[in-house]
Design a protein around this ligand. Structure first.
Ligand code: UDX
Ligand code: ADP
Length: 467
């Protein structure tokens, strides 16, 4: 079975870049990405590559090479499914906000809607690939919906595969082009090999791992849970370093050079954000409780609890250092994205920290090179507006067009995202624009401490017991 036509449902952070790379590496395969969101599809088709809906370094040139050749974006979901011999489901699976499992279980309404659309529109034999992060055994639900459509003569038939995505935002193109591994889970060997053949166009065979469906689904949750656990572990030690006079970067280097531990993912910071880590762990927690393993559930839940604590801790610490009150004070927030090189703010630590500071009555001037003011307003659930009476106790925020604008008249600067631009700022010049005594809170430890101190600012760095 050789795949000629792929349809991907969902043109988001996962579907868009993944399909762009598949189309780029497999010119013989026609790849169509479909979405119900017309504005998103229009943006993917925009002649101006700067307007792509997802910002990823290198994505524009991949799209430029493949788009219009064998990569197409459309809202005609059913026609695209009907023409495809392989359909990827890459729709959003956020945590449920209400009902059974609220706050923990994944909301599968979009996945289920997709499965029903595939069941209705597919022709002939179709391989359906789960690409979205899904709770273990979701494939079974998809399979059941599809099987119901297969009954009777001349009806479509289906094979379901799990092919979790391990790309990280900001490095998506590199992760897709040179993945550590590709994981394909499934019970139909012919379908597994058909998908493996696609990846084999650029991924060495020994890096294409085949497993059963459930192992594949669980591996995705486990990989994210382990990665997030490392961040909570180092952040817990960062707090202890601050209390005890140690430096978390020295500790991280000392432990990371043990080859069993390794150096990656040991940067202390304001806590992890992004659409995956918290969602996947909460999912794991929910499933463990469901399967009667409360101790296991509690163990993983503590990783999220520590992350939330770290974010509140930083906000609290800013208030304490600024003489116990930030009411009416101007605070410059540098960075709103959940990490550098992305415009994504989902679960960004900046959201919780800014909300806490607004609650305390602060006036925030928020700068981010990629995040729009509209997005910030949605995340903070508050429109940008100047506060006429700064001491009224009501917090407010405004977008700052540049770092200079943000820090002018500010009592403190908070660095919340590690954008490269923030690492090379001239603190001597910036400090002169601030109200004294002025503070710099470097939650990412990316600013040169000597320069900041020479500029007369008082510095707090995450995990720095000297600060
Ligand atoms: C993650 C996984 O890395 C990826 O494999 C999976 O497919 C999706 O989830 P992503 O959320 O894009 O990717 O970002 P990642 O680079 O993993 O960072 C997640 C969060 O952890 C960010 O907020 C980042 O700032 C934070 N982080 C990461 C740290 O605080 N310290 C570190 O050492 C590493
Ligand atoms: P992810 O990070 O998992 O890619 P996103 O939210 O960025 O998540 O993208 C998911 C996309 O899936 C959205 O653009 C949304 O409009 C699309 N989508 C959701 N449900 C359907 C559906 N039934 N049919 C087509 N597209 C869908």
């Amino acid at each position: 079975m050789t795949i000629q036509r792929i349809c991907c449902i969902g043109a988001g952070y996962v579907g868009g870049p993944t399909m762009a790379v598949i189309a780029d590496r497999c010119p013989q395969v026609r790849v169509q990405v479909v979405d119900i969101n017309q504005a998103r599809i229009d943006a993917w088709n925009d002649a101006d590559l700067g307007k792509l809906p997802v910002y990823e370094p290198g994505l524009d040139s991949v799209v430029e090479r493949a788009r219009g050749r064998n990569l197409h974006f459309s809202t005609d979901v059913e026609a695209s499914i009907a023409a495809a011999d392989m359909v990827f489901i890459s729709v959003n699976t956020p945590t449920k906000t209400k009902g059974l499992g609220a706050g923990q279980a994944s909301d599968l309404r979009w996945v289920e809607a997709c499965a029903r659309t595939v069941a209705k529109a597919a022709k002939g034999h179709t391989i359906v690939v789960e690409k979205s992060t899904l709770p273990v055994r979701t494939a079974a639900a998809i399979q059941t919906i599809l099987e119901a459509a297969s009954e009777g003569e001349d009806q479509p038939t289906f094979s379901v595969l799990s092919n979790p995505e391990f790309l990280a935002e900001g490095t998506a193109i590199r992760d897709l082009e040179t993945p550590d591994r590709v994981l394909i889970g499934g019970d139909d060997p012919a379908a597994v090999e058909a998908l493996a053949e696609i990846y084999a166009n650029w991924v060495p065979q020994q890096q294409i791992l085949r497993t059963n469906l459930w192992s594949s689904e669980l591996s995705k949750l486990t990989a994210n849970a382990f990665l997030a656990q490392r961040i909570s572990s180092i952040n817990s030690i960062a707090a202890f370093c601050e209390a005890s006079g140690a430096d978390v970067r020295e500790v991280a280097r000392a432990i990371g050079t043990d080859s069993r531990i390794g150096l990656k993912f040991l940067n202390a910071g304001p806590g992890f954000g992004g659409s995956c880590f918290q969602k996947d762990i909460l999912n794991l927690v929910y499933l463990c409780r469901h399967f009667g393993l409360p101790e296991v559930a509690d163990y993983w839940e503590s990783v999220v609890a520590l992350n939330t604590w770290q974010q509140h801790r930083i906000a609290r610490l800013v208030v304490q250092k600024l003489f116990g009150t930030v009411t009416g004070k101007r605070l410059a927030i540098l960075g709103f994205a959940f990490k550098a090189d992305t415009n994504d703010t989902r679960e960004s630590p900046a959201i919780r920290i800014c909300r806490d500071l607004l609650e305390e009555g602060a006036q925030l001037a928020i700068h981010d090179p990629k995040v729009t003011a509209q997005q910030i307003a949605r995340d903070l659930q508050q429109e940008a507006a100047p506060q006429p009476d700064a001491l009224s106790g009501t917090g407010s925020w405004a977008e700052a067009g540049s770092v200079e604008d943000a820090v002018t008249g500010a009592d403190a600067v908070l660095v919340l995202t590690e954008w490269h631009h923030y690492k090379v700022l001239n603190w001597m010049a910036l400090a002169a624009l601030m109200r004294k005594p002025a503070w710099l809170f470097d939650a990412r430890a990316v600013i040169n401490p000597e320069q900041v101190r020479a500029a007369g600012l008082t510095l707090w760095r995450v995990g720095d017991g000297e600060g």
